[in-house]
Unconditional design. Sequence first.
Length: 294
Amino acid sequence: MQQKLRRTMLYVPGNNPGMIRDAHIYGADSIMIDLEDSVSLYEKDAARLLVYQALKTFDFGGIEVLVRVNPLNTPYGRDDFEAIVRAQPTAIRLPKTETADDVIEADELITEIEQKIGMEHGTIKLFAAVESGKGALNAAQIAVASKRLIGIAIGAEDFVTDLKTTRSPEGIELLTARSLILFAARAAGIAAVDTVYSDVNNDEGFAGEVKLIKQLGFDGKSIINPRQIEIVNRIYTPAEAEIKKSKRIIEASLEAEAKGSGVISLDGKMIDRPIVERARRVLDLAEAAKIHVE
């Protein structure tokens, strides 16, 4: 079964109606409307109402839409949940997730609201963001805390502040956290999304970081500027030769299955199941990039 691709998750400020309205036209795989860091304390209530109305009114063209709410331990968190669950985005993104209990608390509140308004249980999904050392150490428990959870991400700016350091071009300070979050996501069977790259004018540095997180195994990257979408999608797009080989691997797999054989062979070589899974991923990425190779 093809999994949802999340190569690019575009941040959109929740207090900017024009950006919310147009967010789907840039080609991101997912849109994340933000009610937290990008909205000042004085605009929280107005932004919440704006996002609610936008979700109920705008046509996002079938693109996955998430809303990052304020934490439940703030004065705005519960009101965010009450409004956003009713507006029915794909998922709510939890900022500053540190323990499994944070996810469980959010799950229980969503369940309460779903029941209150007669919505089918499990309609609203969750996406956790880890932004501290404590959260990184608890990533494995966070990733399996709720059946609603479809992904886990790292938020680097808060993370490096918590570690009392800063971000470097090499990203060495994030390697352990990225690895813990990625391992947790893979063990739980959910998505792993990397952090934003805030220097939007440094395309070379951004491309280098995208190559790194792709090699690590991340599904994609959170982004803050539409111009970054093309760079991510290009790096995640497989080469034509890789696509052709993957098609042949899948064809060989289907032939073996049709014969009732557990042995997959291609060009006189045995093909293991993990290779078949990687080939499916390549074809999923090629399809997302609208590349068709005969």
